[in-house]
Structure formats: structure tokens, C-alpha cells
Design a protein around this ligand. Sequence first.
Ligand SMILES: Cc1ncc(C[n+]2csc(CCOP(=O)(O)OP(=O)(O)O)c2C)c(N)n1
Length: 884
Amino acid sequence: MVDQVVVDIDPEETHEWLQALQAVIQVEGEARAQFLVKNLIDQLQLKHRFSNQTPYCNTISVTKEPAFPGDIDKEKRIDALIRWNAAAMVIRAQQVDSTLGGHIGTFASSATLYDVGFNHFWRGASEQQPGDLIYIQGHASPGIYARAYLQGDICDEQLSFFRREVDKRGLSSYPHPWLMPHFWQFPTVSMGLGPMQAVYQARFMRYLVDRNLVPENDRKVWCFCGDGEMDEPESLAGLSLASREKLDNLIFVINCNLQRLDGPVRGNHQVIQELESIFLGAGWNVIKVIWGSEWDPLFAKDKKGALLKRMQTVVDGEYQNYKAKGGAYTRAHFFNNPDLADLVSHLTDEQIGELNRGGHDPKKVFAAYLAAANHQGQPTVILAKTVKGYGLGAAGEALNVAHNTKKMNLTELKAFKDRFQIAIEDKTVENVDFYRPDEKSPEIQYLKARRKALGGNVLVRRQKANHAPYVIPDLSAFSAQLAKTGERKISTTMAFVRILSTLIKDKQLGKYIVPIVPDEARTFGMEGLFRQIGIYAHEGQKYSPVDAEQIMYYRESKEGQILQEGINEAGAFASWLAAATAYSVHNCTLIPFYIYYSMFGFQRIGDFAWAAGDSRAKGFLLGATAGRTTLNGEGLQHQDGHSHLLASTIPNCVSYDPTFAYELAVIIHHGLERMYAKNEDVYFYITLMNENYSHPAMPKDAEQGIIKGLYLLASAKQVQKAHVQLLGCGTILKEVQAALSLLAEFKVSADIWSVTSFNELRKDALSVKRWNQLHPLLPPKQSYLEDCLAKTKGPLIAATDYMKIFADQLSPFLDKRYVCLGTDGYGRSDTRERLRHHFEVDRYYIAYAAIKALVDEGTLPASVAQKALLHFKIDPEKADAAFS
Ligand SMILES: Cc1ncc(C[n+]2csc(CCOP(=O)(O)OP(=O)(O)O)c2C)c(N)n1
């Protein structure tokens, strides 16, 4: 019956139908042919459910299976040893401390899926080609370590320190390049990030080749995910891009063990069929690997098609039962009519229990992988049916608790050993020892020979590109931004676009710059780049753009440099991540600049940004239209008053909120130096604003202060008895400057400080504080913040376009009165002036805050504050913006 559906059992008849169709196309055209086919389908649909799902059986029929090229017995023995060590690693970790965690069940279900890839498909980097990229399902990591252990890349001690990393001897819980920079390439364990990263990586690989940044290659991206993981919206988000771009360098392997953490993924349905529909609908090549070879004789015997009919109707919750409850249960409940019972009458219950699923059969998996690797013009998904906790028996096989199995008792361990005929001694089992056969054993020899034949190790992370570090142009390259703009009023966004243009024109760096925008280039005034460097499109431009006559027309090109990702912040970020890690993944250091609405950054794709830190990404994120009151008209959903706080949660993200073009130039220059000359594994977040004003020339000796986060912008011409220090950043620094003349009316003088980075100041202050704390006998050190402010006169008033806590984060390090103004509360649309009044960060509130601080210090009487309130028209009973 299977063959009747997927294999041509009557080629002559098929030929006649196809010929008839061909004749219709020739004589009457394609439209008529489509009409006829549609009618045929409708006819079929009347009686049968006809969808884009194929029958519940393997896509590759047994007659089309290629010969398995490996030594299947040896591979089974190796598989068994890997299974053993993977389980032992988790069990031993539990013995040390039951809170350490770990997973046995996931890898137990996917071991064969990895084995076949490692033994036959995944190429290590060699002279000939750059090696394949594997996105591992995060909690399958014990199995990956176990293989590395057999290969000799990881030692006994490291295995015993699984999930104990503080002293650096151990192995990470999951794939984390930050923690194992020589090993893991891609952080995947936050479900849904892997699939999107993989899609955009595969597309980025095309970009690299199309732009002649790397030679043509047949490198593939293999992405492993769970069937439960496919419920994360992100997991499906890249599918249409992958098919639209015909990414045949991309293969998804979905481990369909039918279970997630709590229980079945689709107990009432068939997840494999559902996924097939989704992927087919998105234009992917779908290969289902549902049944193992043990079923082949049954299919052959089943002349009535009873088996497939039954398979089609059983739901996943019931399939789970068959594996949890064994052969007798399966006979009674699956083979539940005379035709079906007859099919297995010659089998014992045990044999029925052993009827295997496709994902556990190396031959079936091999056939699928080969077809996927050779498939052209489409990405491929392999839907492999497996059993969660396969082989764990009573310890968790197909049980709802399988995900959390971390312990196995001796009886269960012995059964596990017998089940896979693991070649280890009883003592090894009793002690749950790791086991690696002798170097000269056939298993190790085979394992190593396979890797050698495939170009060496595949799971290796390059820590540094092999090419020479780039020579960063001198800061004077940005001389236009360092000079004053005079009458000309520009925004920092405009200044950024000019800096970017300078970099793109740089003879050495230019081609490595990767500008990325999610459908906002015009918002940021970047449309000039469309014509200049082109928008990347693998297929070039097949149409004449509507604005072809204009200077800045919409130019798509195969060599285009800009990645225009549509309104897909997560997609744009995934592209940025691929570019930002190209130094490692592609041995080609790139300098990506991803510019977006700052509100749709960290809070929208925060988990990706976290993964970027983990990935040791290097590049620039530009949070444009930033500042709660600066992006005034767009209202509540758009106005960002906290992206810097979110940026500060990522340990290796360096963030700045510059006010002036010269500050921006210095910061970008500094970022280039740190990331691309000194090779530091950090990335930069810089906010840009859309408010236009004139920019001064860079003050003498300001550069270091700009980089460290704080410098004196203007000292008071005449210091009064009532004197304050005013601090500000971003556009609100302009309000701070404007407060000066208001204060003068009250005979208060002020020094003005530009704070380019509250976040960087805090990092430095924290580290100094910690050093002082731990060195009681040594003279205390001073943070840069204290260096600048400790000896200044008067209280400190800081104002920003971000929540108060942004500036307030420096409070613990300042021994002075420190008052912070900020934009707590939801944004709303209005003029900038009104908004700044609403959030109490305008010049009047700043001036008033300074006077009130002087009152609180005892420098001025309270009556002055009252007078200032009236003078500045501040209503003390106005609603608090934080809660209105
Ligand atoms: C975004 C996210 N949410 C929750 C988790 C916790 N988690 C880890 S594994 C898992 C279940 C995974 O099920 P599935 O994808 O089917 O994988 P498998 O059954 O193969 O383990 C969950 C919820 C996570 N890692 N990431």
C-alpha cells in the first residue's frame, strides 16, 4: 500500500496521464491544464481528505533507499558507547549535586540522527572546503560531548565536570560559545533561536559568496530542533525566506519524538503531518523518516493497505503509549483488527515492541540525509520520528517524565546496557564510569577514520580570523563630524549616515561593512545608499524600479551590500548576528551596522541580543529614533526610554548615548579599534536621535572622556556661591545646556558634563569598588567617575531621556547629593517641548532640580525653590508621568 502512494506501481498509466496533461498544455495552455487538475483534486476531495500532506510513511520508499555505505555493526557499537557516556555524564552530575540538572531523554531519542551526520555527512573545515555548520538541539549536548570524548577531544575530567564550569574545567550545560569558545559555535538552547539563526546564516552564506567575500563553496547548514520547539513562533519565522531564496544549503532535522517537556506535543493529532503541511506550504522539500526497517516486511506483506490506513488514523498520544507500554499493548491496541493482527501473528510481543521508528534506523536516516544533501533549489526539512528517552525503559522511555530523567538505578542501567549491547564491563555499569575503548580498538579507529575522511573535526569554533587585523583609519577620517556644523542643524542619525558613508568608501574596510535595515532606511535618511552600494538580492533586479529615473533609485543587486530585511527585526538581527560572527564562522571579519527603531531592539529581540553576547558577536547596533521625548509624534509604542537599561544587562555589550556628532565619531572609531584591531569580543550599542540641532567642534582632549563615558563640556565662567554640576546625555544634554541661563537668573552657576555612557561609568565604578572591597590593606583606588566628580563643587543633577534609574545607577558611587531626572512612564504623542515638560526633563525642571538640591544642601533658602517653581511655571500638583 505504501508503494501505491509514493512509488509508481504502474508507470504506463502514469505516463498516459502525464502525456494527456502535456497535450492540454500545448494545445490549450497552462491555465486550462491548471483548471483540469484543480477539478480532479476537487473531485478527490469530495470523497477523501486531500491536503498537502502525504501519507503517514517514509518519503523515500524502501526500493529507492541507497545502500548504507558504513559498517553498520561498528557504528552501532559506537552509538551504544556514546549513549552510555552521555547518560553517565548526567547521572554522575546528579551524584555530585542533584541540583546540577541535565538531560538524558532528548539525546537518547536523537542519537542516531547525530551519528549518521557525524559519520557520513558533516565535513570539517579543510583546505578544500570550509566545513559544515551544525546547530545542535541544546539539551542534546551530553551526546555531543560523549562523541567528542570518544574522539579524544574531551577528557574524562571534563566529562565529570559536566555543568560545573566555575573553575573552568567543566562542560557547559548547553551550547555556549562564551563558555566554551573553542568548541560551540551557536547558542541554541533558548528554543526558537536556532532555527532562525540557521535560516539567516544559510542566506548570509550566499551573500558572502555573491559579494566575493568568500570563495564559492557547497557548505551546508544543518539545524536540529525538537518537535515541541516548532511551537515557538520564531522556529517557523524564517521558513518563507528560506524557500524564496532557494536555500538548498539549508537542512532542518526535526526530532519528532512526539513529546515536549510536559507531555505529548500533539497528543490528539500527528505532529509530523502538521509540520509537513507547514513546510510544504512554505515551499520546502519535506522528507519524512517515520518507520524503521523492521516495518518493511510488514508493509510488503500488507496487500490490503490496512497498515498504512491504521497508521494514518492513530494519534500521537496513542503512538506514545505503544512505546511506553510495550509489545503486548501495541498488539492489542494498534494491530486491532483481524487484518492487522494477521500481519504480526508471526511476531512475539517483544518483537512487536522492537518495531523501530525511522529516526532510530541508520539506514533510513542515511537515505534521508543523502536526499537532503543532494536536493537542489529548495531547503529541506527531515521529519524524523523517534521515541523520547529511547532505550531508557522504566527510567523514562516514552513516559511523560522522560524529559526530566536524570537518574537511573542499577537495574535500569543494566537493562540499558543489554538493550544496546553496550560493550562495557559490569563494574563500569555499577560505578557509572565513563568508558572509552583503547585507541587501537576498531571503534575508535573507525570513528577517527570517518572524521578524517570528512575533513576532520566539525565541532570546532575558530576564535579569531586567520587574516591580519584590519588597520583602523585614524580618527581624522571623520574630520567632518569632529568639526562644528555651524548654522547647519543635523541629527546624530544624519551624522551616523555620513560616518557610515566614510567607512564604506574606505579602501580597506569598505567592502567589509554590512549595513542592515529592517525597512526603515528612508526614516534614517539612508536611501542614498540604495544606489551607491545596492540592496542585496541573490537574483539581482528583474524589474525596472519605479524610481529608476531618480538619483537615489531603489537598486537591488546580486553584489548589493545592504541587507534590507523587511519589517522583521528578529530576521535583521539574525543577519547581523551572522555577519557579527563571520570572523569565526567564515574566517572573514565583517563590520555590521544594524540600524533600527531603538524601541524595537532589545525589548523586542532581547533573547537574540543575549545570544549575540554568548556568540561573541562583534559589530554595531544603532538604536535610532531613540529617547522617550525625542521621537515625539509616534507615541506610546515607539518611544524608547529603556533600551540602555536592557543593553546594560548584556555583559559584553558596550553602550553609549551620544549627543554630538564628534562624540559619535569617537565612539564608532573606538568600537572599530576594540573589536577589529584589538579583537575584543564585545559589541556596541549606540543610540541615535532624529532631533536636529547644530553641533560644536570636539573640545580639546575630550576623546578619552567620551570613551570612558564622561567629560567636562563647559565649566562655569564665574563660579557663584550657589554652584551645581549638571550632567546629561543624548538630546536632553541640550536641555541641560539651556538650563544654564535659567539658573543664572537665580545667581546659580554650573559646570556641564556630557555623559556619553552611564552604563560604562557604572561598570568601571563597580569593578573599582570590588577591588577596594577585597584589598583592605591597600590604599583604595578611585573610579573614573570619582576622578571626575569627587572634587567638584555643589550637588549633581543628571537628566536623560531614559528612565530615572538609568542615571540613578551611579548613586552608590557618588558621595554627593545626586538628583536624577528621567522619563519614567508610558510615552505619548505631542511636541518635544510638551513631552519634556510632561516627563519633567525639560530645562525648567532641570533648573528647578538644581535649585531644590541647593536648598536641600542648605546653600539656598526654601523660598528660592518656591520662587523658582512659580517663575518656571511648574505645577507642583501636576500628575506624575510615571503613573499617568
Ligand atoms: C524559549 C524556551 N522556553 C523553554 C525552554 C525550556 N525547555 C527546554 S527543553 C523543552 C522541551 C523541548 O521539547 P522538544 O522541542 O520537543 O525537544 P525534545 O522533546 O527533543 O527534548 C523546554 C520547554 C527553553 N529551553 N527555551
